[in-house]
Design a protein around this ligand. Structure first.
Ligand code: NAD
Length: 457
């Protein structure tokens, strides 16, 4: 089925101006919040079916995050929409200058399957707040969540305002992007598909935000609090069975504390998920057999220091620690995106940095140390989308921080007011009074150089 006719209707609806008033935007945000809350139980059931997430995990990483974004947008919408006054330079006085936040038009949001609700609806909040019409393309690999999301959208919004387009990304996305000029494309997913999206966007000069993946390193220095480090690394590495874009992909630990860290990691895993994680309330499952086969393929690429058990029927892979890994093996070249944690010792910062630089510009970089000096040195040394000190992944839950990658891990950022900005155009406006119009500004310019040098510098 082609969506081009629906997209043309969206363009018309946007042009009518209906989506742009403060009242309209506020009403839609309120409606969305109410609807999510009334489908809370359906979302718990769906995310359990797709990824075996507990309601607690769903609230902390999916629904609660979107509700928090909605509350933030509702609280600040008027402020965000206000034109921003800026100084006018001497040359243009007595003009005044301001930046208007202009809605973009019809935007496309493409989501992945690992946080299927949050990663589609968080950008939606900002796109609505900014006054746009929105096309939502969910991942086809989280079907239960897909069905609830579709219900929420179709119950609340007319298709010319928010259009829900499910299905196989490789066919529906090119069909839309090659035949319609979106005013922005916001994509979350793998770097491989990100490249395809970027190419299609370039053809029609469509601006993009790319929220991609990659290998996020985690460095543990010899002066780190090892027990705390182990708890915090294990917590986010094995959350959602490791299928998290900002999970620590691998750990680089100072050789002098490697054994201690491995022991502490093992203790944390057992404490969090018991010695039967397949039965744990808090441990998720792998999304599908394709991903299961890909991840289990890495199990032979190191020594299993903990875990290693799998069950294809249940799509279960035990939280696993791997040591003695060759840097040239696939597990150190590809994003793991599963519950396997390579632990690699280093003896000098240069050695650790050289390993990180094999996969430059990670989405996140984590440093565990008790030294302020080392903290600063490490933060300065590793260009990354975001970072935590003595923590992993939680920076993404603070909507006052911009979230996004750089280079191979993405371009652009969002969350909180940054999402609003992503979906708005900053229009520069200068207003000049007519009562003052000195002839000096007009040709002929001969003899005015000295004056220009004084005014323009
Ligand atoms: P994916 O790239 O396979 O799919 C993402 C979306 O792209 C889906 O909606 C899919 O339908 C669509 N798609 C797939 N093939 C396509 C094609 N050929 N042409 C056009 N569209 C296509 O990603 P995924 O497997 O769903 O998600 C996992 C990846 O996403 C990981 O790399 C992870 O790190 C990354 N990720 C990044 C973030 C972030 O915020 N930076 C968050 C979550 C996941």
């Amino acid at each position: 089925m082609t969506h081009i006719a629906s997209l043309a209707k969206m363009r018309q609806y946007f042009a009518s101006g209906a989506t742009r008033s403060y009242e309209f935007r506020k009403e839609q945000l309120k409606k969305l919040k109410q609807s999510i809350l009334s489908h809370e139980q359906d979302l718990y059931a769906a995310l359990y079916a797709d990824l075996k997430k507990s309601p607690e995990e769903v609230w902390a990483t999916e629904t609660g995050m979107v509700i928090a974004e909605l509350s933030e947008a509702l609280k600040n919408l008027r402020n965000w929409m206000k034109p921003e006054s800026v100084t006018t330079n001497l040359l243009n006085l007595p003009s005044s200058s301001k930046i208007m936040k202009e809605a973009l038009g019809v935007v496309l949001i493409i989501g992945p399957w690992n946080y299927p609700f949050q990663l589609l609806f968080n950008p939606l909040v900002g796109a609505i707040a900014a006054g746009n019409c929105v096309v939502l393309k969910p991942s086809e690999f989280a079907p239960a969540t897909d069905a609830v999301m579709r219900k929420i959208i179709e119950e609340n919004f007319a298709p010319e305002y928010v259009l829900y387009v499910p299905g196989d990304g490789a066919s529906v996305i090119p069909e839309m992007m090659n035949n319609f000029s979106f005013d922005h494309v916001f994509y979350t997913g793998s770097t491989t598909v990100g490249r395809i999206i970027y190419k299609m966007a370039a053809e029609r000069l469509m601006p993009v935000t790319l929220e991609l993946g990659g290998k996020s390193p985690c460095v543990v220095e010899e002066d780190a609090d090892i027990n705390v480090a182990a708890r915090r690394i294990a917590m986010t590495k094995f959350s959602n069975a490791g299928q998290m874009c900002v999970a620590p992909d691998y750990v680089l630990v100072h050789a002098s504390v490697k054994d201690k860290l491995v022991e502490a990691l093992k203790a944390s895993i057992v404490k969090f998920f018991s010695d039967k994680p397949e039965e744990s309330y808090s441990f998720g499952k792998i999304i599908n057999e394709k991903q299961f086969n890909r991840i289990t393929g890495y199990l032979t690429q190191g020594t299993i220091a903990h875990g290693g058990r799998t069950d294809k029927e249940k799509l279960f892979i035990e939280p696993t620690i791997l040591t003695d890994i060759s840097l040239d093996s696939p597990i150190m070249k590809e994003e793991i995106f599963g519950p396997l944690l390579p632990v690699i010792p280093f003896t000098s910062k240069e050695e650790a940095l050289a390993i990180i630089q094999r996969n430059p510009n990670p989405l996140s970089f984590y440093i565990y140390t008790s030294s302020r000096k080392k903290e600063k040195e490490w933060l300065d040394a590793v260009p990354a989308g975001g970072s935590c000190v003595n923590n992993s992944s939680w920076h993404l839950t603070n909507h006052h921080l911009p979230f996004g990658g750089r280079g191979f891990s993405g371009t652009g950022c969002y969350h909180g007011k940054y999402t609003f900005e992503t979906f708005s155009h900053k229009k520069a406006v200068m207003k000049t009074p007519t009562w003052f119009d000195p002839s000096i500004k007009y040709p002929p310019f001969k003899g005015k150089l000295k004056l220009f040098k004084w005014v323009i510098k």
